[in-house]
Ligand binder design. Structure first.
Ligand SMILES: [Mn+2]
Length: 352
């Protein structure tokens, strides 16, 4: 190469030189992302954790990131303090999730976990602090050394899908299936108000990588057991509508009659939201220990997370929960009173 050409090339360089990589995600400082990438590159044995009462996003983001790390050559272990619902057994590596992860790790990652308490007993017995957290909960205080938190992401799985490339991790078909399950379940099948063009663009990427949308949709979200459907029947038969609140209760007796052995309301609350005349849907579910699980769902503009917080719970603006003392009928009165007050404060409620 002649000096002249070299010189000409240099002169042109300001316009052709690669610009510094744009931040992959406006919510996460590029320096944090770069530090996370370095930590991952250095790690050999990785432990991934997710929250108690795991949902599709917990399992999907956990397995998705873990399988990407494994495809990048890392040794990976998956842990959750609670059993994984049978629904997600179809996901690759789901059977590997344990409540007692063996050995020592040089990187610990928490997924979809708003606070350390939500890790249950796993959070108490950690051999080292949590290095990395990937999450989309507004209430996450940033307990990890490096916190990759994007409240605008409709699911943690969506955030993981977005960050794979900037973190230097591959998107395989297995990774795509797990992340797609997380996205579909946390958005209730692309129905929640936080679904964006980015959610769909990342979904496109996952489908392009080989994940089947109809198959994952059906298995992770739509199909349910006969017992769960029967439990719905008991709840639906007692459903009430007042002041733009639709609600029902599920008793231990219902569970017994339905032969339902799962936890909670079998997602019935998400179906109550289809009642047009309501702004808030809620379910109170009686538990074995005498406490009552409350789940709220709200239309955009109402914040049930703060409502849940007054009962010692938490969640998102549109979907939140709490566990409160029983008995069921007293819990129902207290919760309805507080929910009516929220609607009244927002100028809603009253005429149906
Ligand atoms: Mn989530």
């Amino acid at each position: 190469m002649t000096p002249a050409i070299k010189k000409r090339k240099r002169a042109a360089s300001p316009s052709v030189m690669p610009t510094p990589a744009a931040p992959a995600n406006g919510a996460i400082p590029p320096a944090t992302l770069a530090a996370a990438r370095r930590r991952i590159a250095r790690a050999n044995r990785v432990l991934l954790l997710t929250h108690v009462s795991p949902d599709g996003d917990a399992v999907g983001s956990l397995l998705g990131l873990g399988l990407a790390l494994r495809a990048a050559g890392k040794e990976v272990s998956f842990a959750c303090a609670d059993p994984i619902p049978d629904t997600f057994r179809f996901l690759p590596a789901c059977g590997e999730i344990t409540d007692n992860p063996p050995g020592q790790f040089d990187l610990i990652v928490a997924l979809d976990t708003a606070d350390v308490g939500r890790l249950g007993k796993l959070g108490e017995n950690l051999s080292r602090p949590i290095d990395l957290a990937l999450d989309h909960h507004t209430t996450n205080p940033g307990y990890a050394d490096l916190n990759l938190i994007d409240e605008a992401a409709a699911s943690t799985a969506e955030l993981v899908a977005e960050l794979l490339e900037p973190l230097g991790l591959p998107l395989t078909r297995s990774v795509a299936e797990c992340l797609l399950a997380g996205i579909i379940t946390d958005t209730l099948g692309f129905r929640t108000s936080n679904v964006t063009a980015k959610t769909l663009a990342l979904t496109h990427k996952l489908v392009t990588a080989g994940a089947s949308l109809p198959e994952v949709y059906d298995l992770s979200f739509y199909k349910r057991s006969f017992a769960a459907m029967r439990l719905w029947g008991y709840g639906l038969s007692r459903m009430k509508l007042e002041d733009r609140i639709v609600w029902t209760t599920l008793t231990l007796h219902d569970k017994e009659q339905a032969h339902y052995h799962g936890q909670g309301d079998a997602d019935l609350v998400n179906t109550l939201t289809s009642v047009r005349e309501a702004d808030i849907a809620l379910i109170l579910t009686e538990r074995d220990d005498g406490r009552v699980k409350v789940s709220w769902r709200a239309v955009p503009g109402l914040n049930v997370a703060t409502l849940a917080a007054t009962f010692g719970g938490g969640g998102h603006m549109a979907a939140a929960g709490a566990e409160i003392p029983g008995p069921l009928d007293e819990a129902e009165k207290r919760v309805l009173e507080a929910t009516r007050a929220l609607l009244k404060a927002n100028g809603s409620g009253g005429a149906v």
